[in-house]
Design a binder for this molecule. Structure first.
Ligand code: SER
Length: 315
């Protein structure tokens, strides 16, 4: 495998942390540069502190390490975005547009843009949502992701910049905690089940959302980035799916492993966000174009999460 310098922004985030470790295992320590806001590195990797809103500093990091690929994971999630809409736009979209411009004038050849099920809105078909669907989201997070998708496609068409993207469903992993999202409950529920045997859920029991295990999400990301360019027919963002469930369904599944586990439902403002998203996703285009196939089902994900977290908490 030819070496290439990779930059991961948002490297301390829920997905970024696991992505950096996986990329290092794959491409070698010296080929992966992690970056995030904090002055000190929290990972076992090369590191550059970087505020993505500072494009001069962004350029400095790219040039210093002769970066060829960027996984742009830095973003605010849906719930926190609603409390700071303009800031969310600047971080999620303004910084991304600056990145696309930088990529044109430096040696960056490939960019990964994480989009989301949040691009969908009330006018999108709710079940088995097609690749080509109306994108009229009701959150600023969703608006920023739709804009990111469209500009990714534009830079590909106009300048030939190799931008690739998936619409992540809610991501569940034992390695890291999400922060400020609407699907966060599906991670927290495991921690609370093991630590307290009780969970207060901020979504109502029948709120169905598309979800995916971290292992599959990381594999999808890297498989898309490694796919031959000529196979890719979607340059805005690929629908991506594994399974979908409601809080009640995941509770029932966890209860099989922790029989004394209890749950209460106290929906808050995040309920409206979840209700505006679709419930299941048709990802046949990703399957056709670059061979995407999830490995984890709801059952195998729950089983693995509980084994991994019990191990983590017993240390
Ligand atoms: N998981 C994200 C959120 O809940 C959506 O992409 O905000």
């Amino acid at each position: 495998m030819a070496s290439k310098k990779i930059l991961v922004t948002g490297a301390f985030g829920q997905i970024g942390t696991v992505l950096v470790e996986t990329l290092i295992n794959k491409y070698g320590y010296d080929n992966v540069v992690a970056s995030d806001l904090a002055p000190e590195n929290k990972l076992d990797s090369l590191y550059e502190p970087l505020n993505i809103l500072d494009s001069a500093r962004f350029k400095e990091v790219i040039v210093k390490h002769d970066i060829r690929e960027i996984y742009h994971m830095a973003a605010l999630l849906s719930a926190v975005g609603e409390s700071k809409p303009l800031y969310c736009w600047d971080v999620n979209f303004g910084a991304f547009l600056a990145l696309l411009e930088l990529a044109k004038s430096t040696g960056v050849e490939k960019v990964f843009f994480p989009s989301s099920i949040a691009v969908f809105g009330p006018s999108t078909p709710q079940f088995n949502t097609p690749q080509e669907s109306p994108l009229v989201p009701s959150t600023v997070y969703g608006v920023s992701k739709v804009a990111g998708e469209l500009w990714s496609n534009y830079y590909y068409m106009k300048y030939g910049l190799d931008v690739r993207s998936v619409r992540y469903p809610g991501i569940i992993g034992y390695q890291t905690m999400p922060g400020g999202g609407t699907t966060d409950y599906a991670v927290d529920i495991f921690h609370q089940a093991i630590l307290k045997g009780h969970f207060d859920c901020f979504l109502s029991e029948n709120t169905r959302l598309p979800m995916m295990y971290m292992e599959d999400a990381i594999r999808a990301t890297i498989e898309l980035m490694e796919a031959p360019a000529e196979k890719l027919t979607v340059r805005y963002s690929y629908n991506l799916s594994a399974f979908d469930f409601t809080p009640q369904e995941i509770y029932n599944e966890i209860k099989k492993h922790i029989p004394e586990f209890t749950i209460e439902y106290q929906p808050d403002f995040r309920q409206a966000i979840a209700d505006s998203w679709t419930k299941s996703i048709d990802d046949s285009k990703a399957r056709e174009d670059w061979g995407w196939k999830p490995e984890f089902s709801l059952e195998s994900m729950v089983e693995d999460m509980i084994i991994q977290l019990k191990q983590k908490y017993s240390k």
